[in-house]
Ligand binder design. Structure first.
Ligand code: SAM
Length: 280
């Protein structure tokens, strides 16, 4: 996969040289290029922002530096290197342009999985009040444009969002995480939160590891972990259970959900009206 990031603070992306993502880059599993938006300005002050039409607080990122930067990045795609940026929009494989924004679709594990299947991702880091909206319309000719939000809160710029998104996507690329099985049982991979984990010593400060984990009974351990996933998800993120496919749950798992106050109705979990507590 090739990733390009455009930002007015390229140094903000330096952590992507560390740890597993840094190693993936060294190993040639991931090519990552960071571009300074100001290199695509033409004035002496390298200006990237201006006042908003219609008035109001803050500044807005000017469209032309973005068009210049994105055209240069698009031209560098393997498919369009000779024909120039205009051709980047032809054919089926437009690069995906992710525009971090609190007003975007939610970036989820499912989105990370989908984006990990792309050959080419470009990230446009906004600052100030964001990027002139016409850039998204123009960019749609060359890219598949996806405004994406890290969560329902406002950051100062897109860089922190890009750090999170690149890490979430990058670790799903083949070979990046040493043991691919560790990706399968993680929180959100199956629509639930992960079960609690423990390591040695088995007894620590008067707290014991749950006995089942020391039993060597793999069937019982798997069942305990599943039920802990249900308990934790019901307690912390009951919203996730609304989407959970409960149609094929074995009887013991239906009983575990019943104990948490949920019945299976038409293949979905339904919280019983008489269930106590806030969520479980
Ligand atoms: N005025 C914008 C709004 O209310 O939607 C917020 C602009 S914010 C101060 C500046 C930049 O930070 C945005 O353009 C975006 O790149 C980034 N940003 C802020 N919150 C974000 C979030 N939750 N997810 C992704 N990017 C975010």
């Amino acid at each position: 996969m090739r990733i390009d990031v455009v930002s007015i603070f390229p140094e903000y992306l330096a952590p992507l040289e560390l740890s597993l993502i840094g190693k993936a880059r060294q190993d040639g599993l991931l090519e990552l290029n960071v571009h300074d938006l100001r290199d695509f300005t033409t004035d002496r002050h390298r200006t990237v922002d201006d006042t908003p039409y219609g008035g109001g607080a803050g500044m807005v990122m000017k469209p032309e530096p973005w068009a210049q930067a994105l055209a240069a990045v698009a031209a560098a795609t393997p498919d369009s290197a000779e024909a120039g940026p205009a051709a980047a929009g032809s054919g089926p494989a437009k690069p995906v342009l992710i525009v971090p924004s609190p007003a975007g679709e939610r970036f989820t594990q499912a989105a990370a999985q989908e984006l990990a299947g792309e050959d080419r991702l470009v990230f446009a880091c906004g600052r100030y009040e964001g990027i002139d909206e016409r850039v998204m319309e123009w960019a749609a000719e060359h890219f598949t444009v996806r405004p994406m939000s890290l969560g329902d809160y406002v950051l100062n710029g897109g860089e922190v969002a890009v750090l999170a998104m690149v890490e979430a996507i990058g670790r799903l690329l083949p070979g990046v995480v040493g043991n691919p099985e560790s990706l399968v049982e993680e929180s959100h991979s199956d629509g639930l939160l992960e079960y609690p984990v423990y390591t040695k010593p088995s007894s620590w400060r008067d707290r014991d590891v749950p006995a089942v984990l020391l039993s060597g009974n793999h069937g019982k351990i798997a069942q305990w972990r599943r039920h802990e996933q249900y308990r934790r998800t019901a307690e912390r993120r009951p919203d996730l259970l609304e989407e959970f496919d409960a149609a094929k749950l074995p009887r013991a798992d239906r009983t575990a959900f019943a104990d948490l106050g949920y019945d299976v109705v038409d293949g979905h979990l339904s919280r019983r009206a008489d269930a106590g507590g806030d969520s479980a």
